[in-house]
Design a binder for this molecule. Structure first.
Ligand code: FAD
Length: 385
């Protein structure tokens, strides 16, 4: 048994790396355990870019967390010297009465967030790569932008290590237990560790490491980088926003980014809800020609400049709860254990604030941040009468 830690963090991806940093900066002795290497591409936090936005269609209750996340993104960027956040502005495009446009406006109005509503002609005029139909509108938000998943994970790991955290890679946690006498024990193929508190942030491996907590669906998702027909200059980040584009039918919602990877790196686009159920240990990581064709056809009517040659593709995983809200809490059965999972394909923009919340919950048992929406009680089956 290796002793002497205040907190063990299991999983050093998006959420776990930020938790390790926030715990270490508060002077705690932290052990971080990760099954793969630093900032790997096997989970949910790779692919170069993630959308950050504030007018949040998913629920206005996320807005205070998004405002705090933005402050912490700036802070982590300054402390690490890495370009973690790029403000590009963002568009949410679709029919005015359909989500995500209606939900985005609801959040913007409830919180007084600066935004503009553009008709289709105005979108085409300002952003000529995008060709919405006459029936569509867009909500433009200046505060939206891009965060960088691999850079952010590395920055948080480096800050955690600089703060004294002991980070161990290629060391999968096999089991954890809350001890009857208080504290926790964690077992890996190399050792058994002991600490006062445990933070479990296992991404797509949550169903195995947190059995019975809440029902979760792991899903495969594909990211595509297409070569713009007229070169990358029309997609330059100083003139092209991030965007979410609602669909007419289930599965059609897509989103995309400016050109972030140089003249030959392509421009990233993806569908929000196509890809099917997955198991993280047997994930199909091949991007199939039929999938590429379907995306190319979709781009043909919306962003014709991208409906050409594929530069590359990559596969990632969403971990969805039934209502697509997160699970962040003290474990309902073990008060020394804190969990973070079920980020349902929209968690990365929150990474630094979730790190702060996890540190609060592990050390204080509570947080000043509004996390009522993430209580797993809403998803746990009530015993049948
Ligand atoms: C294609 C795609 C696009 C997305 N777009 C956006 C977006 O635009 N904006 C946004 O906000 N969010 C977006 N998301 C969602 C966001 O990226 C995720 O919500 C976030 O990355 C989840 O972080 P995590 O820490 O839960 O998971 P991960 O980053 O996967 O971390 C979990 C870690 O735990 C480790 N682990 C698991 N089991 C063990 C074990 N037994 N022992 C040790 N280590 C273990 C894993 O190896 C992994 O490193 C997107 C996700 C995908 C896949």
């Amino acid at each position: 048994m290796e002793n002497g830690y205040d907190v063990i963090v299991v999983g050093l991806g998006g959420m776990g790396s930020a938790a390790a940093h926030h715990l270490a900066r508060r002077g705690r002795r932290v052990l971080g355990l990760e099954r793969f290497g630093p900032a790997h591409a096997q989970g949910s936090s790779h692919g170069g870019s993630r959308i950050y936005r504030q007018a949040y269609a998913e629920d206005p209750a996320y807005v205070p967390l998004l405002l705090r996340a933005r402050e912490l993104w700036e802070e982590a960027a300054a402390n690490s010297g890495q370009d973690l956040f790029t403000a590009t502005g963002g568009l949410v495009i679709g029919r005015p009465d359909a989500e995500p446009v209606a939900g985005t406006l609801r959040s913007a109005r409830e919180w007084g967030l600066p935004h503009e509503v553009l008709d289709a002609a105005e979108v085409r005029r300002r952003f000529p790569t995008l060709t919405p139909s006459e029936a569509e509108v867009a909500v433009h938000e200046d505060a939206a932008g891009v965060v960088r998943p691999e850079l952010a994970v590395r920055a948080h790991l480096d800050l955690a290590a600089a703060g004294g955290a002991d980070l161990r890679f290629q060391e999968p946690v096999v089991t954890w237990e809350a001890l009857p006498s208080g504290g926790v024990a964690v077992t890996t193929p190399r050792a058994r560790y002991h600490a006062d508190r445990l933070v479990v942030a296992p991404g797509a491996w949550a169903p195995g490491l947190l059995p019975g907590l809440v029902p979760l669906r792991v899903e495969r998702r594909v990211m595509y980088w297409f070569a713009p027909r007229s070169g990358v200059q029309d997609f330059a980040p100083d003139r092209h926003p991030v965007y979410i584009w609602g669909g007419e039918v289930e599965g059609d919602e897509m989103y995309g980014f400016p050109a972030l990877d140089g003249p030959d790196g392509g421009v990233k686009v993806a569908f929000h809800s196509r890809g099917g159920p997955a198991d993280p240990d047997s994930l199909d990581r091949t991007v199939h020609a039929t999938e590429v064709d379907a995306m190319r056809r979709h781009l043909g009517t919306r962003i014709p400049a991208l409906a050409g040659e594929l530069v590359r593709g990559a596969v990632c995983m969403y971990v969805n709860t039934a209502d697509e809200h997160f699970v962040v809490c003290r474990h309902p059965d073990h008060e020394d254990v804190v969990v973070a999972c079920g980020f349902s394909g929209h968690g990365f923009k929150f990474v630094p604030v979730i790190g702060e919340v996890l540190a609060d919950l592990a050390l204080e048992g509570a947080t000043r941040h509004p996390i009522g929406l993430f209580d797993p009680a809403r998803l746990r089956q009530s015993p049948s009468a």
